[in-house]
Write a protein that binds this ligand. Structure first.
Ligand SMILES: Nc1ncnc2c1ncn2[C@@H]1O[C@H](COP(=O)(O)OP(=O)(O)OP(=O)(O)O)[C@@H](O)[C@H]1O
Length: 929
């Protein structure tokens, strides 16, 4: 695992060793060492009374990670044993911190009462066993989970490509991912490949990824593993393709997997690895996983990790949810709804019919205001069904989880009724059907059985509603009646003894006892009372006695209480069994509620924010009228209220022009120039976000929008160092640009912001120039390209689908006023100095900069661009020139060698140093060396 735990290299004496070498080890330490050895790679929470204790290096690591005191307990091999502990009732809080810090924890409980152990002899140790391994991908407790995010446990399987269509694609292997969220029961599998693995993992954001040891250690993957929160390498037996089907059939308790649909060998292997890991960490408890659903690899828009981060889809670049696209469009009222919305935004669809299905549902709730309001009100009362169900299945549920299931299903039935009252689109009708199919008897039972006010734990009872079970009511009456009997007995003792201050009290040692003051004590020690009261304890100022009657009462009360508790535990188990019998239906309801919440939330968003329904089809249009940036627009309104400058809406048309004879249709590229701070980046991003929203099935911030589905979205915006991977700002920019130029197709949407600005002006301009030509001629994608290199606008003379656009500003008394309006044409200057002045650069520097600029501008800046246009042949001409006529020229062996060496390089995976070395080598080869 990618954890600090596995990296620990602590002094040898801190690592527990097996007993031996004549060393005397206490029985408890021997037990600890045995359990610890059986659970390598995890911190061991060793239960001792009201604490989980950690020893040896675990204690050192945990005390550091948790900021708790490190103490000592006894000696081991002559050395102090470091120890620290966390109180059981605060264990979740500490677990949360440890898991967040990348550790995994084995929770070891006492499996018998200390009294049992004592029966085996005074030195016997209480039996203990690990009941669960807590890892980032296998959490279920609300306290450990983010309510608004999925918690996905993923596994990656790789099998040698055999025969078949997927075989030997890319690197000769077939890859598959299995994705399970045991906190909600969702279970999916998907084919992937080496090239798109990073994009898939960025989309899925697994809390933990399982991979085979061999893949884990491959250098090519190291950087990818580092980008994930937790990667757990497993021995290759965990990815045993041959036994996969059997293991899955066993988990789902079916004879064969045929009914589940057809899966590839890689998919089955990945799915089986996930299931095996769940069984291992849950020690046999079986979470209610759905049957594996297969995801078609072409069903979702591919968005690589850099683009996801740049566009701040689920999180801003600083890692916050606030300020992201997701936060700004989230109007859901349940956590399950928030999770589904995040998933939809992370994986926009590519099938126009599926997108239209979602949009139909949103449109219905945009129009049906009253229904929308009623649904949202009902949804707000529905608890997190999926996560409650999972805790119930794993034996970690409390009475509130059961009641939550009842309440959720009841709201579901109401919601189904509301939707069914009038004709509705298919997606809503289907959700209503699922909700309406729930067995109403289960709902009624849960409601009848569980009280209004519920304790957190089942342990102490007190959750059953009076009237549910006659037997329980009778036992409870006896228990409560006994209490009244105690009061009556006390009154009788007072009367008989004449000691008015006599009290009957209770403690753990004596049970029920009579207490009187020292002065009155003699009265109880004289006849006739000396035969009734037995002296037990003398306190300062008081004496305590017991009596036969009290002892009998004690037994009666205790047994009634115990019996009531036992009844309640049986009721709890019975309710659990009833819920589990309907687990599939409950899980389906949870999903249906989430779908309705997302739909109603998006409808509310559309109404509140003035969004329109986009038209999405299979063409190559991209025509947005009156488009806005959803996040910036809301931020402007928040910061300035209604008085501040409103967001300026802008059109964008990248639609493919009519295809010419013999030419395939391709979209347009807009080259956006304009001063600093004018709003270029905002414009670029807003169009990418509109595409994401539209394909996720949301209305969009525009007055009209029509787009042909985007298969891949690429964006290269802003610049950030990636020092962890040894890459400078410019290197990151080039790596990302290379990925775009290598992968974009005519279905893709490419957003490039200021390519080439991180290097010397002419290098940057040349790279930007060539990249733009490549996008236009080779990728033929739809694109937006923002730049400060005004020279590039000259390219529109040559590239027919390149359109110049600029963001308007007004100059007024030497100041620049930003109008944020995107219009056809090219910017004449950057107004960089004015912006620098606005930013507070010292006036002397501003004045000097103006002088330098004037000098520079006197040299004709347009000249280089014109020269290139005049002198350099067309990009396409160089790249697609037919082979020269005449005798066939024999291949140059040096050139061939260089070509082969080049093909073997993967720039994405090279550090700058490696790149430089490779370059030297290539030059050497070219010289014939
Ligand atoms: N359409 C708009 N309507 C209103 N305000 C806008 C609009 N677009 C941008 N802004 C405001 O202008 C600011 C600057 O925008 P943005 O960062 O997009 O400019 P830019 O042209 O990319 O600048 P630079 O070239 O310096 O990177 C934004 O933070 C936003 O507050």
């Amino acid at each position: 695992m990618n954890t600090p735990a596995s990296d620990a290299t602590e002094p040898a004496h801190l690592t527990p060793k097996a007993a031996g070498e004549g060393e005397r080890v206490t029985p408890m330490m021997a037990q600890y060492i045995e359990i610890k050895t059986a659970n390598p790679g995890s911190l061991l929470f060793y239960r001792m009374g009201d604490f989980y204790e950690l020893f040896f290096e675990d204690a050192e690591l945990a005390s550091r990670a948790l900021g708790i005191v490190l103490t000592k307990r006894g000696k081991h091999q002559g050395e102090d044993i470091p120890m620290c502990g966390v109180p059981v009732e605060r264990a979740e809080e500490y677990l949360h911190k440890l898991i967040a810090a990348g550790y995994r924890v084995a929770v070891c409980e006492q499996t018998e009462e200390p009294a049992e152990a004592r029966k085996r002899g005074p030195k016997s140790v209480v039996k203990r066993d690990v009941i669960r391994l807590v890892t980032p991908g296998t959490l279920t407790e609300d306290a450990l989970l983010d309510a608004r995010r999925d918690n996905v446990l993923a596994s990656l399987a790789r099998v040698k490509g055999g025969e078949g269509e997927e075989a030997a694609r890319g690197d000769g292997y077939v890859y598959a991912l299995a994705l399970a969220d045991i906190s909600t029961g969702s279970f999916r599998v998907a084919e992937t490949d080496a090239a798109r693995l990073a994009a898939d993992l960025a989309r899925i954001e697994p809390a933990e990824l399982l991979v085979a040891d061999a893949i884990y250690d491959e250098p090519g993957f190291k950087a990818l593993w580092r980008s994930l929160p937790a990667v757990t390498p497993l021995p290759k037996e965990s990815f045993d393709g041959a036994g996969a089907e059997r293991r899955l059939a066993g988990f789902f308790q079916v004879a064969t997997l045929e009914a589940f649909g057809s899966f590839s060998r890689a998919e089955l292997t990945a799915a089986a690895a996930v299931v095996a890991y769940i069984e291992r960490t849950q020690l046999g408890a079986r979470p209610p996983l759905s049957r594996p659903q297969r995801e078609a690899s072409s069903a979702a828009m591919v968005i690589d990790p850099a683009t996801r981060a740049n566009l701040e889809i689920l999180r801003t670049t600083t890692g916050d949810r606030a300020g992201s696209l997701c936060a700004s469009v989230d109007r859901t009222v349940t956590s399950a709804g928030a999770r589904l919305l995040a998933r939809r935004l992370a994986e926009p669809l590519t099938d126009p019919a599926a997108i239209a299905g979602r949009l139909d549902a949103v449109e219905h709730l945009v129009e049906e205001t009253a229904l929308r309001g009623a649904l949202r009100e009902r949804l707000a009362g529905a608890p997190d069904l999926a996560r409650a169900l999972s805790r119930i299945a794993l034996g970690r549920a409390g009475p509130r989880d059961l009641a939550g299931i009842g309440r959720g299903l009841r709201e579901g039935l109401e919601i189904a009724r509301l939707i069914a009252a009038s004709p509705a689109p298919a997606e809503l009708v289907e959700a209503a059907r699922v909700l309406g199919a729930v067995d109403p008897a289960l709902v009624l039972t849960l409601q009848a059985a569980l009280d209004d006010e519920l304790p957190l734990n089942r342990r102490d009872g007190g959750f059953t509603r009076p009237g549910y079970s006659d037997e329980l009511d009778a036992t409870r009456a006896l228990r409560d009646e006994s209490r009244r009997v105690v009061a009556a007995l006390e009154r009788r003792y007072v009367e008989e003894t004449g000691v008015r201050a006599l009290k009957i009290r209770h403690n753990a040692v004596l049970g029920y006892y009579v207490e009187v003051s020292q002065q009155n004590a003699d009265r109880l020690r004289e006849p006739p009372f000396d035969v009734v009261f037995v002296h037990r304890q003398t306190m300062a100022g008081a004496m305590r006695f017991t009596s036969t009657e009290l002892a009998e009462l004690e037994a009666r009360i205790a047994s009634a209480g115990e019996r009531a508790l036992a009844f309640e535990q049986r009721i709890f188990d019975d309710l659990v069994a009833r819920v589990m019998a309907e687990a599939e239906a409950v899980r389906a309801c949870a999903e249906a509620l989430a779908v309705i919440d997302v739909t109603a939330g998006l409808a509310k968003l559309a109404v509140d924010e003035g969004h329109v329904r986009p038209e999405v089809d299979g063409g190559l249009d991209f025509r947005i009228e009156g488009g806005r940036h959803p996040v910036v627009e809301q931020a402007l309104r928040r910061d300035h209220g209604s008085s501040g400058g409103p967001f300026v809406a802008n059109d964008c048309d990248l639609s493919a022009p009519e295809a010419g004879k013999g030419k395939p249709p391709s979209g347009r590229i807009w080259l956006v120039t304009g001063p600093n701070m004018a709003g270029k980046s905002t414009f670029l991003r807003q169009n990418a976000l509109i595409a994401i929203l539209a394909q996720a099935g949301s209305f969009v911030p525009a007055t009209s929008a029509r787009l042909g589905v985007v298969d891949r979205l690429f964006s290269r915006v802003g610049a950030a160092d990636d020092l962890a991977r040894g890459r400078s700002t410019f290197m990151v920019e080039m790596v990302e640009t290379a990925a775009i130029l290598n992968q974009a197709t005519e279905r893709s949407l490419v957003i490039l912001d200021e390519i080439g600005r991180g290097t010397a002006t002419f290098d940057g301009l040349s790279i930007a120039w060539a990249s733009l030509e490549h996008l236009h001629e080779v990728n033929r994608c739809r694109g937006l390209f923002a730049t400060h290199f005004h020279e590039l606008t000259a390219l529109s003379q040559r590239l027919p689908r390149l359109v110049n656009a600029t963001v308007k500003v007004k100059e007024w008394e030497g100041e620049v006023i930003f109008l944020h309006e995107v219009v056809p044409g090219a910017a004449d200057r950057s107004y960089g100095i004015q912006v620098a002045k606005l930013a507070g650069l010292p006036p002397m520097v501003v004045a000097r900069a103006r002088a330098v600029l004037t000098e520079l501008e006197n040299a004709d800046r347009a000249a280089p661009a014109q020269r290139i246009l005049d002198d350099l042949p067309l990009f396409a001409a160089i790249n697609r020139a037919p082979p020269p006529a005449g005798p066939v020229v024999k291949a140059d062996p040096v050139a061939e060698a260089v070509k082969t060496a080049l093909a073997g390089l993967d720039p994405d995976e090279m550090s700058p140093r490696e790149a430089l070395e490779a370059l030297y080598k290539l030059k050497g080869m070219a010289r014939g060396g």
